[in-house]
Structure formats: C-alpha cells, structure tokens
Design a protein around this ligand. Structure first.
Ligand code: PGA
Length: 250
C-alpha cells in the first residue's frame, strides 16, 4: 500500500464564517481530481457549515483542536465527539501554538489523541523543535520525546489513523523554511522512529507532512523529497490560488 500524499490547510484563527464559506466554496469548485488528499483545518465555528458544503467533494475537513475530556462541565471546550458530529473527519493536534500559548502537555495531548481516535476522527499530529533547540542540534531528541510522550502508546491499529506533521517552530509564519535537505533528514529520522515502534511496513505507510512557511514557491522542491509526503499549510492556505498551487505541486 502506497502511503497517502496530502496537502492540509490550517486556517488558525482567521476568517469569519462568511469568509470561510467563501474560501471553501472557491476551493470546492477548483479541486476536482486532486492527485493527493486535500484537507482544510478550520476554526470550530466553520466545521458544520463547511463540512456540509464539501460533502461529496474531494476536500475533507479538520478541526484545529479538541478537548482533553470526554464531556461535561468544561465551559467553552469542544469535545472530539462534537467535532465528529459536524461531519469533520480530522483534527489537528499538538500544534506548536497550542503547546506554546495554551501549555498543552504531552499527557494532555495524549488524552486528546485518544479521544479523537475513539470518536472516529483521524489525527494530524504536529511535532517540531524551537529555534534554540535546532541551534543546539537537539531537533531529533525533541521530536522523539514529543512522539514518545503523546502518540507512541497507541496500538498498531490506532496508528493507522495518525498523520504526522513535522513543523519546525522557527519556520512557522516566519518566512524561514527548512531547506529540503534539513526537512528530508528529519523526516527520514521520524520515519525510522515509527519503524522502530510499529515496524517497517507501518512506517512506510505513515504520511509525514512538512509545515512551516511552505508556500506555492517552495512546495514542489520540498515535496520532491522521498520522506516528505505533503504539507501542512498556514498562511498560504488562506488564499485560494496559493493553496491550489500547492495542491498542484503535490
Ligand atoms: P505557516 O504555518 O505555513 O503560516 O508557516 C504552518 C502551520 O503552523 O501549520
């Protein structure tokens, strides 16, 4: 089984409902027979409307977060089950902005991942080092700890619903992209960790996306690397032409 190639957007906290519907509509018209899986990650408020709009299309919908509890008295939180009920199929978890600004710990992320999987969602799980860690040559240790801390406790069966996204924090929204060589090197290392844990076949089937200032100009070069299966796109996913060009590059 060849692993799935994917281009996923992460809108973050951008676009009100009307703007989001307009962008999703534009994408729906343009994305007919993509050569890869296409996912858009939207704020919670868009999920139901955009999932309905994209039903039967080539584009899948992702939430950008979900709660670390099943249900109950957690004012303002959105559970994995609620996300699933909107028609969304994926959830992005472990994004560096969640880790950094909302203090999401390894244990909290593990709880979120387990709840997401238990509710039938697929997970795009983000890992990546900060600038100081890269400068100190610690990137491998960092991604290993992030995987061991939150997702390497999953069963082999559960692992089939995990997509990884390597996103060096120093490259997110900064215009600084990892070079294809830097990205390929760590993607290959990540795949080797998956192989140690789940076996070579599972590692070969695992989709590993690159994220961090990936855009319509650099996508083709990054995607040409053997262990880079696609991209998780922030800023460039907010403009239809750019996102479409990245999909075409995959
Ligand atoms: P960026 O964001 O493409 O704007 O750098 C990527 C991400 O955070 O997923």
């Amino acid at each position: 089984m060849a692993r799935i190639k994917m281009v996923a957007g992460n809108w973050k906290m951008n676009k009100n409902l009307q703007e989001g519907v307009a962008l999703a509509t534009e994408l729906k018209e343009a994305v007919k027979n993509p050569k890869c899986a296409v996912v858009i990650g939207t704020p919670f408020i868009h999920l139901a409307t955009v999932s309905e709009l994209l039903k039967g299309s080539a584009i899948k919908v992702a939430a950008e977060n979900c709660a670390d509890h099943e249900k109950g008295a957690y004012t303002g939180e959105i559970s994995a089950e609620m996300v699933k009920s909107t028609g969304a199929e994926y959830v992005i978890l472990g994004h560096s902005e969640r880790r950094q600004y909302y203090a999401e710990s390894y244990a909290m992320l593990e709880a979120k991942v387990r709840l997401a999987l238990a509710n039938g969602l697929k997970v795009i799980f983000c890992i990546g080092e900060i600038k100081e860690e890269r400068e100190a040559g610690q990137q491998n240790e960092v991604v290993k700890a992030q995987l061991e801390g939150s997702v390497f406790g999953l069963s082999a069966e559960e692992w089939k619903n995990i997509v990884l996204a390597y996103e060096p924090v120093w490259a997110i929204g900064t215009g600084l992209t990892a070079t294809p060589e830097q990205a390929q090197e760590i993607h290959a290392y990540i795949r080797s960790l998956v192989a140690e844990k789940y076996g070579k076949e599972a590692a070969e089937d695992t989709t590993i996306l690159y994220g961090g200032s990936c855009n319509e100009k650099n996508a083709a070069e990054l995607f040409a690397c053997p262990d880079i299966d696609g991209g998780l796109i922030g800023g460039a996913a907010l403009v239809a032409e750019k996102f479409l060009a990245i999909i075409a590059a995959r």
